[in-house]
Structures are given as structure tokens and as C-alpha cells.
Design a protein around this ligand. Structure first.
Ligand SMILES: *Cc1c(COP(=O)(O)O)cnc(C)c1O
Length: 353
């Protein structure tokens, strides 16, 4: 069988030959003792793109987020986030494990939240209660199928938070996708937040790394938190060079991934028994519901794997497919056909039963 078409995540991309060459040629130093020159360049570039005073290179998006929690909250504090957010679902509750912080969740629609949902949630200053300290947004939204948080909602929520003395963090693991698809610059999004995390290892196609950006004083403190979390990296210029290459060459091309996701969604829309959730595609992710009369999500994903298409079952009846640098338009069309054929086979079986 030819190589499978891997749509499980945009994290599966492998560095291109040109990216590897840039990494091999990177100038390096000890970034824990003092500074690695390539890491330094990457950090400056991130700060510039997001129009923040400083940025810190870290090994993962999870670490960037958890450092943000520690910058803004102390044990006994609470932050407010969407119930489907990455920080709440996919980071082992590290805010509680590592920092003694609680969360208050609100229910977005595919990650879209509005200021009214936050307004009554600030707890009174009372020794029985945790202290409400921070508002947390995610853009694009992972479990929301790559939805872009509407700009006005973002501005309204962050203005309200600022007026009430709450810190604001943006989990912008895929903020580049939002910027390219929506035509709103990174720094326009970032201006509403105290800190912003971004990932290089998702759609940008670098092998490793994320950055946390914000005011210089906070980022200096972030460096301490990175060290205690085990994220001090020595000749990290090797991987920072991959991220720098990605910033230079892989941002505008995200538009191709978005076009491919729309193509895939069109194919899925035409399949009886599969339903896009949400029906609109904002960026590079497609999530669809599988009619339980047909199969479970796990069964359909296993059958697709047999036919050379890898997707992720993210719920009993939910499947996610993500487009990225390593899938072509032809791959996506082929994946659409295979999904169609496989679902048709299940439908024939369920009718025969
Ligand atoms: C991937 C992702 C992260 C970070 O993930 P790591 O695997 O730790 O790099 C954070 N937030 C969102 C929304 C993500 O999709």
C-alpha cells in the first residue's frame, strides 16, 4: 500500500529538506548559561510579529500555557476558560497538578464565547472562595474544529477582563491559521492579551517548539518557570532554526491547508450518515459526527486506516481530520473518496442487518 494519508493532526509534518539544511547550519550557544544566538533571533522575531516586548522559546505549547498560568495565577486562584479548551482537556489538569490553580468553565459553541458568558463569574472577595484572576481564550479553537474566535468577541471579553483587573492569556497554538484565514494580523489579535502562546510544530511544520510572548518583566519571570519545569534547553538553536525557517516560509502557505480542508469538508458533506460539526470550515480542521447506526467513530477510523487514511476519533461519534504541509490536494481528494466508499460500505451493511 502507498504511504497512508495522515490527517490525524498538523503536528505529524516532517521537516523539509530546506528546513533541515537551515537547522544543520544554525549558529548555536548555551541558552541556559547565557544565550543561544539562533534562539535569541527567534525570540526577537516572535516579539516583533506579536508586537510584544519579549518572547521565550519553550519545548511545547503545553509548557508555554503552563508558564502563563504560573505568571498570572497563584495557588488558590481561578481562571475562566471554555469547557472544550486545550488547557482544560489535554494538559492533564497541569494548572492544578503543578500550580494549585482551579478553573471555571463556560460553554462555547465550537469554542466561540462572548462577554455575557463571563460577566457574572467573578467571585466576591471572600475567604470561602478562590480568587478569579484570569480569562483564557483559544484561537483557533482545537476541539472547535479550527474555529476563529470572532475578533469583536475577543476585543469585548478582553476589555471587560481588563476593566475588572483580570489577566488575559491567549492560547494561540494556531494563531497563524487565524491570521492567514481571517486577514487580521497577529499583533492585532495579540494586543488584547497580556501573554500569547504560539506553536511552531503545528501547521507551521517545524519539528519542535512554541513561544510565549508578553511584557519584558513577565517574560524574565517566565524564564525562571521554564527552568523549574525542566524546559531549559542548551544548544536549542538547532530547533529554533526550524521555527525561524517556518516563520519565513510556511506562514502564507497555510492558505493551501485551509483550501484543502474546505475540499475535504465538501466531500464529507455529501456522505450520508456523516455530519460536519460545525458545518463551516474556518481553517485547517474538519470535525464530523458519525451516525451511530453506521458505526462508532473508532470503528470508522479503524476502517479508514485499513484503506490508507489516518484520522482521529475524538469522541464516541466524532472524528477529526486536519490538513497540513505534508498532504497535497490529490491526497485530500483521495481521502474524500475513501471516506465516501468506507461509509457507503457501512451503510450497506447496516441496511443488510
Ligand atoms: C497543540 C496545542 C497546544 C500545545 O500542545 P503541545 O503538544 O504541548 O505542543 C496548546 N493549545 C492548543 C489549542 C493546541 O492545539
Amino acid at each position: 500500500m502507498p504511504n497512508p494519508i495522515d490527517l490525524r493532526s498538523d503536528t505529524v509534518t516532517k521537516p523539509t529538506a530546506a528546513m533541515r539544511a537551515a537547522m544543520a547550519a544554525a549558529e548555536v550557544g548555551d541558552d541556559v548559561i547565557d544565550v543561544d544566538p539562533t534562539v535569541d533571533r527567534l525570540q526577537r522575531r516572535c516579539a516583533e510579529l506579536l508586537d510584544k516586548e519579549a518572547a521565550l522559546f519553550v519545548p511545547s505549547g503545553t509548557m508555554a500555557n503552563q508558564i502563563a498560568v504560573r505568571l498570572h495565577c497563584q495557588p488558590g486562584d481561578e481562571f475562566i476558560c471554555d469547557v472544550e479548551s486545550h488547557v482544560y482537556n489535554y494538559e492533564q489538569g497541569a494548572f492544578a497538578q503543578l500550580t494549585g490553580v482551579a478553573t471555571r468553565t463556560i460553554e462555547g459553541r465550537c469554542g466561540v464565547v462572548n462577554v455575557e458568558q463571563f460577566q457574572d463569574l467573578i467571585r466576591p472577595d471572600n475567604e470561602h472562595m478562590v480568587r478569579t484572576r484570569m480569562v483564557w481564550l483559544e484561537n483557533t479553537h482545537n476541539r472547535g474544529a479550527g474555529r476563529i474566535q470572532p475578533y469583536q468577541n475577543t476585543a469585548d471579553i478582553c476589555r471587560w477582563a481588563g476593566q475588572h483587573g483580570l489577566r488575559r492569556h491567549l492560547d494561540g497554538a494556531r494563531l497563524f491559521n487565524a491570521a492567514v484565514a481571517g486577514g487580521i494580523a497577529l499583533h492585532d489579535w495579540a494586543q488584547h492579551f497580556d501573554t500569547v502562546s504560539v506553536c511552531f510544530s503545528k501547521g507551521l511544520g517545524a519539528p519542535v517548539g512554541s513561544a510565549l510572548s508578553g511584557p519584558r518583566e513577565l517574560i524574565r519571570l517566565a524564564r525562571r518557570h521554564r527552568k523549574v519545569l525542566g524546559g531549559g534547553m542548551r544548544q536549542a538553536g538547532i530547533i529554533a532554526a526550524g521555527a525561524l525557517y517556518a516563520l519565513e516560509h510556511h506562514v502564507d502557505r497555510l492558505a493551501e491547508d485551509h483550501a484543502h480542508a474546505k475540499l475535504l469538508a465538501e466531500a464529507i458533506r455529501a456522505v450520508e450518515g456523516l455530519e460536519l460539526q460545525p458545518p463551516e470550515i474556518d481553517t485547517n480542521m474538519v470535525i464530523f459526527r458519525v451516525d451511530p447506526a453506521l458505526a462508532t467513530a473508532a470503528q470508522l477510523a479503524a476502517a479508514l486506516q485499513q484503506s490508507g487514511v489516518l484520522v482521529l476519533a475524538i469522541g464516541p461519534a466524532k472524528i477529526r481530520a486536519v490538513t497540513h504541509l505534508d498532504v497535497t490536494e490529490a491526497d485530500v481528494r483521495r481521502a474524500g473518496e475513501i471516506i465516501h466508499q468506507t461509509a457507503a460500505r457501512y451503510r450497506a451493511d447496516s441496511t443488510a442487518r
